[in-house]
Design a protein around this ligand. Structure first.
Ligand SMILES: [Zn+2]
Length: 509
């Protein structure tokens, strides 16, 4: 993991080697050297249990079922156990007990006694970096306990406006730990889960939003299944949280990736694509997400349009989040980077991947591991999401309804290029009210500064408005949340005719 590119190559060749070993076993019965089982680990996912056997080398093996009672038998040729199963907690798994024995002098047999017969699958992974050769076995829960059916449906809100569903995806997990910290004390999977949980907490407390956690604990999810779960939940956006690592310790900062047709930093993209997509090997599932049923021109055109929309929105979402993070975190890239990542290929869901920083950089790694900084990042990411949706609220959502009714977000984080007057205009409050609410004397604001946006109380004070080009009387009335009639009355206007530069009195609403 020290060197990503080498690591990828290692892992790919490792995976290939493992595949070749498997092929040779099945088709050529080639002799394989002795390998010991050095450790056995167990991970509990919502719909399956994963057993990982850490091996001292490549193996020749065979797995089969036995009935009465239900068992799964794993025969490993020319092998011994150098560990036992006493440290495994399989109480919530389909496994009742695990035992092993030596057969025919030097073959190892591991038997999983099951509570009931279950589907299972297996694959091997070659050694690379800190990982040894591995045999991975997935036991699927009986009755197909589906992750997608266990989540709660968002509750109907007042006035039937739906919540925005935000998929929060903690990168890596289980036996795929992601990048190590510089001192190897912690892993990317832990940092991503903590930040994701902090985001979840904040979204849960925000009216109009419901977080959908795609990974809730320390287990791995197949890379391709994550967007599918998200789509089944009909999420509005998809945010994947990661932390990076690089050779050398100096590189630091946040990078945000979005599916994009734009060219981006080539080397960077290739590296990240390989790094994230290679997790497919860990998932071990060969399925392709090709749209095989779609074959007529119309369907392709629709998909194309949808993809273009999703790409554009992804970049916009990424830009908002990046702007929010600016000042809170160091930015490695000040623009959203285009990526062709598996996770970001949803044609209908704006999707971004946030590399929150570099675990290979000691000071950034320490920050990323601290609750305080995780919370700050979560605050900024959620603020960026809220800013994005305030600009682009989907029809029928509470946020769209709030915007139509002039209910503004209670706070706003200053972005690059903002000015106080532009912020005031954007949230339809007067400059004075904005300054008053934030105890500002001048017009100086700083990137990353959080401003309170005055709500109803601030709006009840009467004020003045100088008309600028393009404004209409009804627009001004809407902006100050006053009726058109009262606006006409206090300004002695009969029709709708106003002039640029004219100063209007704004009545108390
Ligand atoms: Zn990652």
């Amino acid at each position: 993991m020290r060197d990503c590119i080498n690591n990828i190559i290692c892992r790919f060749t490792g995976g290939l080697a493992a595949l070749l070993v498997l092929w040779s076993v099945v088709f050529m019965q080639a002799p394989v050297n002795a390998a010991e089982v050095e450790a056995v680990r167990l991970w509990q996912a919502p719909d399956h249990t994963r057993l990982v056997f850490d091996l001292s080398g490549g193996i020749s093996y065979n797995i089969f079922n036995l009935d009465n009672p239900d068992r799964v038998v794993i025969d490993i040729a020319n092998s011994t156990m150098r560990t036992d199963f006493s440290g495994l907690d399989y109480s919530d798994s389909p496994i009742r007990s695990i035992r092993s024995s030596i057969r025919d002098g030097n073959d190892l047999r591991v038997v999983l006694d099951l509570k009931s017969r279950v589907d299972h699958s297996n694959f091997t992974l070659g050694a690379n970096g800190e990982f040894r050769d591995r045999l991975v076995m997935d036991l699927y829960d009986p009755q197909g306990t589906d992750v997608t059916t266990t989540r709660t449906v968002p509750t109907a809100r007042q006035s039937d406006k739906r919540d925005l569903l935000v998929a929060v995806v903690a990168g890596h997990g289980g036996e795929d730990p992601g990048a190590p910290s510089f001192n190897r004390q912690f892993w990317e999977k832990d940092v991503t889960l903590s930040i994701s949980r902090a985001i979840e907490d904040r979204l849960r407390l925000t009216p109009g939003y419901t977080p959908v956690m795609i990974r809730k604990g320390d287990y791995s999810l197949d890379l391709k299944s994550r967007p599918i779960i998200a789509r089944d939940k009909r999420v509005d956006i998809y945010i994947s949280i990661h932390a990076d690592s690089y050779r050398g310790s100096s590189v630091q900062g946040v990078t945000i990736y979005a599916l994009s047709g734009e060219t981006a930093d080539r080397e960077n993209i290739r590296r990240i694509e390989q790094k994230e997509n290679r997790a497919d090997l860990l998932g071990g599932i060969a399925g392709d997400t090709r749209i095989s049923d779609v074959d007529d021109d119309l369907a392709f055109t629709l998909l194309d349009l949808s993809m273009a929309w999703s790409m554009e929105q992804s970049v916009e979402l990424g830009t908002q989040v990046l702007a929010s993070l600016d000042g809170v975190a160091r930015l490695r890239k000040s623009k959203v980077q285009g990526g062709n990542l598996w996770e970001l290929r949803s044609p209908d869901i704006p999707s971004i991947l946030i590399e929150t920083g570099y675990l290979s950089n000691p000071s950034e790694a320490r920050k990323l591991a601290s609750t305080g900084y995780q919370n700050k990042l979560a605050d900024a990411i959620v603020q960026g999401v809220k800013n994005y949706f305030y600009e682009n609220p989907p029809d029928g959502t509470l946020v769209a309804w709030q915007k139509e009714n002039g209910i503004v977000p209670e706070s706003y984080v200053v972005k690059r290029g903002d000015s106080l007057s532009r912020i005031a205009q954007r949230f339809r409050v007067s400059l004075n009210q904005l300054k008053l609410a934030n105890s500002l004397r001048g017009n100086v604001i700083q990137i990353g500064q959080t401003l309170t946006i005055p709500g109803e109380a601030g709006m009840s004070r009467s004020s003045e408005h100088r008309i600028t080009r393009g404004e209409t009387l009804s627009g001004i009335a809407q902006r100050y949340r006053v009726s058109l009639a009262s606006l006409r009355r206090v300004n002695n206007i009969n029709g709708d005719k106003i002039m640029v530069g004219q100063v209007l009195k704004i009545p108390a609403s």
